[in-house]
Write a protein that binds this ligand. Sequence first.
Ligand code: PLP
Length: 413
Amino acid sequence: MNENPPTASNDWCDSTRSVHAGEVRQKPYHSLIDPVVQTSTYVFDSYEDIQQFIYEQNNAIPSERLDYGRYGNPTVRVVEKRLAALEGGQAALMFSSGMAAVTTSLLSFLASGDHIILTDDCYRRTREFGINFLRRFGVESSIVRMGDYAGLEAAIRPNTRFIISETPTNPYLRVLDVERVADLAQRYDLKTLIDSTFATPINLRPLDYGIDLVVHSGTKYLGGHHDLLSGVVIGAQEYVDVIRDHVCTLGPVADPQNAYLLLRGLKTLALRVRHQNDAGMQVAQFLAQQPQVEEVFYPGLPSHPDYATASKQMKGFGGVVSFTLRANLEQTARFIDTLKIPYITPSLGGAESLVNQPALMSYYSVSAEERAAIGIKDNLVRYALGFEDASDLIDDLQQALCVLQNQSMAVAS
Ligand code: PLP
């Protein structure tokens, strides 16, 4: 009987890893499914048991033994092993949210007097943390336009520690040349952190190109069902150990119930992402042919500025399609109201298609001038595909575009 197989074979393909990586064959109570270990602490049998635990800790002897919930949980550990295997990293660490993964990972390595570089078109709260929050603790930051690699190099200072970027970005789906950035960082002895939430490990594995740390909002594609919040960081063991130690102090730990839901979601990750890649391409190609659509932003279209990089580095182009309409802010909002299948909300990556108008949703608290400066157009729509059939989503978009056209004609006449 195969009682103790490897946590993941390097030969396994994406779907096999999604289902099996990180599990042990013989689970408690002969259960097929990894149990939810719902406990806040772990008991010791005796004084000898404690001595053994301390000995293992002090001598860095690998052990599954735990003493307290903030320091680890068996259900969470399975998720971490599975995600490390999927991303091709030595180790992973699960968090209570994507932002917990971003902030704790950076706080683990930065100190007052350091400098970081962020690319623009990044998640609003990451930008807020990188610029305003860290400034209060003496960390300086520079923002460089996505795709401006000369600008990225020019922004490096003697005290620069990190290059932080996302790929594909939100909402314009810009794609970073991760190999180029990893090479640049290695030349200047900088660390790199890439938020790969939109890519998923099925479409891109930044660590394979020399990136140091990958983070995800597990709330999105990894969970895949719009029913949990979580985050993860993946990288070399030595880096993840440093971050784990800070998690023990800062406390943004993952909950075992969430770990179970994430584990369940991960089993279908490869299946889901392949469907969303396929449907995303069909929807993008459809939109690109519509007269009421001004511009489509999808890295799988040759018209996208990063099509060459995306084609070179990504296995698929993802399930988010952004586009601008030949319409103003209000007409764009009405178009979204007319759609029958997607729900109007932020977020992405689960079963239900979601749609939003960034000018009204993520950036509602920002003035029109500031929005324009960041590049958020009034007529921009972000459409995050779920698991529905592309033909149904396209029919729905078609009917909403017809309504938009009729309204425009009525106004013109
Ligand atoms: N990174 C990206 C690219 C995101 O889109 C988000 C949330 O939308 C986050 C990080 C933050 O993740 P969470 O909401 O799980 O904290």
